[in-house]
Design a protein around this ligand. Structure first.
Ligand code: SAH
Length: 245
């Protein structure tokens, strides 16, 4: 019997993968890689490792998810060390919990290696201190995706005094903004959209809740709402720093 590493590969920039993730990846016979994971991460894989692309961009189809779980089970049963590379952190909106449960149910050993989640990395690229102590009581990671009608409690979130970090929110940005305004957040609340965080292709809009727009942006993107956004470096400066890096 082999084993499976559920690995957080970080938000994009391969340098944001942990040393532990790189080491586990280097021990794997088979690598299952999601499409949000930078191909640069594969530099740490053994040269003879089998690499399987298991992306299911946009769809989140349960059939695809079941297929990925079946693949991991098959490879591990055949005695392979399997590295399941997932974007960001495997347990933050990554379905890592489901995958772990499926593997454990089959008696397969699982080791989880946390990763830098996009919700922290994206604001960090703009110098946004998500829990700056005078401005936020905490930070909330929330999905903007309404799965089967289940919607985040935007009223409660607006009152929470925490910085809101919204994953998968781009497609419903108009709805989310309207809900937060209706819940009482002022239109002037600082807010931003960050696409392709930590990658060369990164783009961002630093604005206010009332003026936030998804126009011109594509997934993957993180939306940050809260006073802390105004404590970030100016957009132009952040760009300059990245170019210089
Ligand atoms: N497990 C991942 C999240 C998977 S859900 C993590 O911890 O980061 C997919 C969502 O993550 C995307 O819709 C987007 O909201 C966000 N995301 C992932 N990578 C991103 C990136 N490089 N830049 C901006 N958002 C990103």
């Amino acid at each position: 019997m082999g084993k499976v590493f559920l690995i957080g590969a970080g938000p994009g920039d391969p340098e944001l993968m942990t040393l532990k993730a790189a080491r586990a990846l280097g021990s794997a016979d088979v690598v299952l890689i999601d499409d949000l994971v930078s191909r640069g991460c594969l530099a740490h894989a053994r040269s003879g490792a089998k690499v399987v692309e298991v992306g299911k961009r946009g769809g989140c189809k349960s059939t695809a998810q079941a297929f990925i779980e079946k693949l991991m089970i098959q490879y591990a049963r055949a005695g392979n060390v399997v590295a399941r590379l997932k974007g960001g952190d495997p347990f933050v909106f990554g379905r890592g919990g489901e995958e772990m449960a499926a593997l454990l149910a089959e008696g397969i050993e699982v080791e989880v290696i946390p990763g830098v989640t996009a919700g922290l990395a994206a604001p960090a690229t703009l110098g946004i201190p998500v829990t700056h102590r005078e401005l936020a009581r905490g930070v909330t990671f929330v999905t903007g995706h309404a799965k089967e009608g289940a919607e985040a409690d935007w009223k409660a979130l607006a009152r929470s005094g925490t910085t809101l970090v919204i994953y998968m929110g781009l497609a419903r940005l108009g709805h989310i903004v309207a809900a937060l305004l209706e819940a009482g957040l002022p239109a002037e609340t600082p807010a931003c959209v960050i696409q392709d965080a930590t990658l060369k292709s990164q783009r961002e809009l630093v604005s206010t809740l009332g003026a936030l727009s998804a126009q011109g942006f594509e997934s993957p993107a993180i939306i940050v709402v809260g006073a802390v956004v105004a404590r970030g470096r100016a957009q132009a400066k952040a760009r300059g720093d990245r170019k210089a890096a």
